[in-house]
Design a protein around this ligand. Structure first.
Ligand SMILES: Cc1cc2nc3c(=O)[nH]c(=O)nc-3n(C[C@H](O)[C@H](O)[C@H](O)COP(=O)(O)OP(=O)(O)OC[C@H]3O[C@@H](n4cnc5c(N)ncnc54)[C@H](O)[C@@H]3O)c2cc1C
Length: 343
């Protein structure tokens, strides 16, 4: 086990509510680390609808979802939160009063006085393509995300899919792979037209191959794939020799490991909280944003922001049990303005 990273607060999920929690905690002098499974911050806003306009952020008549995430990142910059992306929080254990040990699927360990679960609809997880026996190759030669480009250098890569991830990784990995094939079941793409044009240009230059069809079976040994058997749309088969396969079939939201953290949950997989502090059934663990539940809960970004503000007030009691909290406005408090770097 690696040396634990000690922090006041560990936030599970870097969606809009996790991000705004950094602001509210920061105003009260609490430092935060955030962990998110995705390779970017912003949760549903960044992953599901970055270009869609949002019209109900208070005081902001119109902003795109990605624009809103960018604004939140600018707003929390003074507080220097640390982000651990492409990591999933797997376990949360109580080891003190209050002290929690949190571990991720990449072996990062944290010790935090407070845990804020801002896990939204749960963990985004890759959709597994319907290829018999694919599980045996996952993590050794079938990858649903690229964590280290260098690990793929010099390999024969087969990328499968027609969305933005498949096309982006085709473009990024083309210079790294010894040979790269993009496989998609049809000639229309969901990806940005600019990426499709760039991919087609690489095909034209003979740098990569693009083929139509679907992977029907994998062959290999000991978790190492050797070739994919591909079915053409006319039903005939052919083989593609490869060392690694990267299927990008989109993401689905699953509740994930949060069910094992000893928190009371509703039948619908939400975390009941009190509305005074948005604390869960375990003192010191809070839940805000879409994953929290209380009578009248609305799954709106603005609700999560309110929840973050009240959560921070109670979290302060755990992090600074001997300090009295004085309520202050950012407009008039010079001490808050100093923290924000504006005076
Ligand atoms: C198409 C669409 C349009 C919408 N429009 C609006 C709108 O106009 N106005 C509005 O207010 N709301 C809108 N919403 C809802 C809004 O996006 C959500 O309310 C908001 O994203 C909730 O934020 P969150 O931070 O709670 O969770 P999320 O945005 O879901 O973020 C949670 C994050 O937690 C991460 N996570 C989960 N489990 C783990 C784990 N174990 N380890 C590490 N990371 C984990 C996930 O990867 C994710 O990034 C819309 C939603 C959709 C899908």
């Amino acid at each position: 086990m690696s040396e634990p990273i000690k922090t006041d607060v560990l936030i599970v999920g870097a969606g809009p509510c996790g991000l705004f929690a950094v602001f509210q905690l920061g105003l009260l002098d609490m430092k935060a680390h955030l962990v998110d499974i995705l390779d970017k911050v912003g949760g549903q806003c960044a992953e599901l609808y970055p270009e869609k306009p949002i019209y109900d952020i208070p005081g902001v008549p119109y902003v795109t979802a990605q624009g809103h995430v960018d604004a939140l990142m600018a707003q929390i910059k003074p507080f220097g939160a640390t982000f651990h992306l492409q990591e999933m929080v797997e376990t949360v254990e109580k080891i003190g009063d209050p002290l929690f040990r949190i571990t991720t699927d990449r072996g990062t360990v944290f010790e935090a006085k407070v845990v804020v679960v801002a896990a939204g609809g749960g963990s985004f997880q890759p959709k597994r393509p319907p290829i018999p026996g694919i599980e045996a190759y996952e993590g050794t030669s079938v990858y649903y995300a690229v964590r280290q480009i260098e690990a793929l250098r010099g390999k024969r890569l087969l990328i499968v899919g027609g969305g933005d991830s498949a096309l982006d990784w085709t473009l990024n990995l083309a210079p790294v792979a010894s040979h790269l094939t993009l496989l998609h079941r049809r000639s229309e793409f969901r990806a940005a037209p600019d990426s499709v044009n760039k991919m087609m240009a690489l095909v034209g230059e003979g740098k990569i191959d693009f083929v139509l069809g679907q992977v029907a079976a994998l062959q290999g040994e000991g978790g190492r794939v050797a070739k994919a058997i591909v079915k053409r749309n006319d039903g005939s088969n052919f083989e593609i020799a490869c060392d690694a396969i990267l299927p990008f079939f989109g993401l689905t939201m699953k509740l994930g490991p949060v069910v094992n953290w000893g928190l009371k949950m509703t039948d619908g997989g939400l975390i009941p909280v009190d509305t005074a502090a948005f604390e869960t059934s375990v003192p010191g663990i809070f839940a805000i944003g879409d994953i929290s539940w209380y009578p009248g809960k609305l799954k709106l970004i603005l609700s999560g922001f309110h929840e973050a503000a009240l959560m921070a007030q109670k979290a302060h009691r755990y992090v600074y049990p001997d300090k009295r909290l004085v309520f202050q406005y950012t407009t008039s408090s010079t001490s808050l303005q100093k923290k924000l770097g504006v005076s």
